[in-house]
Design a protein around this ligand. Structure first.
Ligand code: NAD
Length: 502
């Protein structure tokens, strides 16, 4: 297919899906086949300017739109996402690689945030204290900030955009989204449905691009808040740059998620959970378990874990029965294969080597099968880097305390889990572990949207999480109003020069 025949991904500016005038384009590639699915533009400065200007203009009326109107748009939006679930999942699988079932999961976890957005009436309530002094009341207004922006990663191209713009918009803000340039197509289909649901022109805008677009967003004087999800390196840059420009910023970043396996755990359930969470989505989840710390006799469970991993089918996400799809890109494949080699060179025991699997019909795909290293230590590169592939590092500990120390010494604090049948051990773990998302016999403990996603230490910058109750505070400015009313005939008490209200 020549460039002229390849579909182009559009920008969304002021309610119109428009062709970019840029000269810089990148191919969106099916990672199972290398087929070019579309070309995505790197928006020009003028286009980014136009997107922000349209959001700024739309804010004037959107900020005063009634709660019921805002809520009903998101009620309609959740219905449209449900009705189009299969089509959305097929687009997502083609450009991202994950299995169709997992693609539906990606969309569903975003859909839950849309459902939550529809209950905005209760979420954006202020507080009122009656008679803070005689005849004086104080109350709070949670007011929208203005133009907000979101920058999203490749690994959840439905869920993470849906973490952002529904909550920002339903609280009365307008939005500029910059999706991942690696897989922007399902995100664009979701924005089409958002407009169909009734989001007015200018309230939601989309620009595409890479570092230049991100930097322009961080620097823009009319953008009030930036929400970022992606790697620690880029997230730290975005946080610093946006904060320096006076914006609110929240950055959800990289991970190295450990699971502690106690010898009293239900063995079969635990090994299934480890294999599913380490190798599902080809390990390209920020909440994937990438390190298992086996305690005591559980250290002998590695051969059985490897047997389970070997049963997983590596193929294109669109094929029936696939468990492990391709990595997002050729460069991701080369990087993961290189890290596996490095692990072997540095002395970890390569129990299962998933490099160069045979995948009939998909010889060009970016595949790595489940890979397990045993005897990994904290000084090894495979432990220090986020591999973001289907690679599980197994470490050993004598006691739970030792395992907790290993986890708390790691710079990341995104997710963790313990597998045990002891309530006392689980409670001690939940108390002492310094990680945002904690699972107890649950390997990928992503909280549902009535709670907020969080993260500790190197996995998060900014105080407030990207959905749940915290994001209402992120996307609003609290104003306190202290009010006193006088009747016409009320007798004046004279000039009061003290600070107290009576
Ligand atoms: P990435 O950091 O490479 O890209 C994220 C976004 O930043 C993209 O939109 C990209 O265009 C932009 N970007 C890339 N390089 C940039 C640069 N130099 N300057 C400015 N912007 C730049 O991340 P990714 O590879 O798309 O996603 C995977 C990463 O995201 C992993 O580290 C994963 O752990 C993390 N992640 C974290 C969470 C979480 O909630 N903590 C969720 C999903 C993914």
């Amino acid at each position: 297919m020549s460039n002229a025949d390849t579909p182009t991904v559009k920008l969304l500016i002021n309610g119109e899906f428009v062709e970019s005038k840029t000269s810089e384009w990148r191919n969106v590639i099916n990672p199972a086949t290398q087929e070019v699915l579309a070309r995505v533009p790197f928006a020009t400065d003028d286009e980014i300017e136009a997107a922000v200007a349209s959001a700024k203009e739309a804010f004037k009326t959107w900020r005063k739109t009634g709660i019921g109107t805002r809520a009903r748009i998101f009620l309609k939006y959740q219905q449209l996402i449900r009705e189009n679930m299969k089509e959305l999942a097929a687009i997502l699988t083609a450009e991202q690689g994950k299995t169709l079932a997992d693609a539906e999961g990606d969309i569903f976890r975003g859909l839950e945030v849309v459902e939550h957005a529809a209950s905005i009436g209760n979420l954006q309530l202020g507080e009122l204290a009656n008679n803070v002094a005689t005849g004086v009341d104080t109350y709070t207004l949670l007011q929208p900030l203005g133009v907000c922006a979101g920058i999203t990663p490749f690994n959840f191209p439905a869920m993470i955009p849906l973490w952002m713009f529904p909550m920002a918009i339903v609280t009365g803000n307008t939005f500029v989204l910059k999706p991942s340039e690696q897989d922007p197509m399902v995100t664009m289909r979701l924005t089409e449905l958002a407009l169909e649901a009734g989001i007015p022109a200018g309230v939601l805008n989309v620009v595409h691009g890479g570092p230049d677009a991100v930097n322009a967003i961080c620097d823009h004087k009319d953008i009030k808040a930036v929400s970022f999800v992606g790697s620690t390196k880029v997230g730290t840059h975005v946080y610093n740059r946006a904060s320096q420009a006076g914006k609110r910023a929240q950055c959800m970043m990289g991970a190295k998620n450990h699971a502690i396996v106690m010898p009293d755990a239900n063995k079969d359930q635990t090994l299934n959970a480890l294999a599913g969470s380490a190798f599902g989505a080809a390990g390209q989840r920020c909440m994937a378990v990438s390190v298992a710390v086996l305690v005591g006799e559980a250290r002998d469970w590695v051969p059985e874990l490897a047997e389970k991993a070997k049963t997983l089918k590596v193929s294109a996400g669109a094929e029936d029965g696939t468990d492990v799809g391709p990595l997002i890109s050729r460069s991701a494949l080369e990087r993961v294969n290189g890290l596996i080699q490095k692990g072997a060179d540095e002395g970890a025991e390569l129990v299962l080597d998933g490099r160069n699997p045979t995948v009939p019909g998909y010889e060009e795909g970016n595949f790595v099968g489940p890979t397990i290293f045993n005897g990994v230590t904290a000084d090894m590169t495979i432990y220090q880097e986020e591999i973001f592939g289907p690679v599980l590092c197994v470490m050993h500990a004598e006691t739970m305390e030792e395992a907790i120390e290993i986890i708390n010494a790691n710079p990341n604090g995104n997710g963790t889990a313990i597998f045990t049948r002891s309530g006392a051990a689980a409670r001690r773990f939940q108390e002492d572990i310094d990680v945002g998302q904690v699972g107890i016999n649950v390997p990928i403990p992503v909280p549902v949207p009535i709670f907020s996603f969080t993260g500790s230490r190197g996995s998060k910058l900014g105080d407030l999480g990207p959905y749940g109750k915290q994001v209402i505070l992120f996307y609003t400015q609290t104003k306190t109003v202290t009010a006193r009313w006088f009747d016409e005939d009320e007798v004046a008490t004279g000039v009061n020069t003290t600070i107290r209200l009576k």
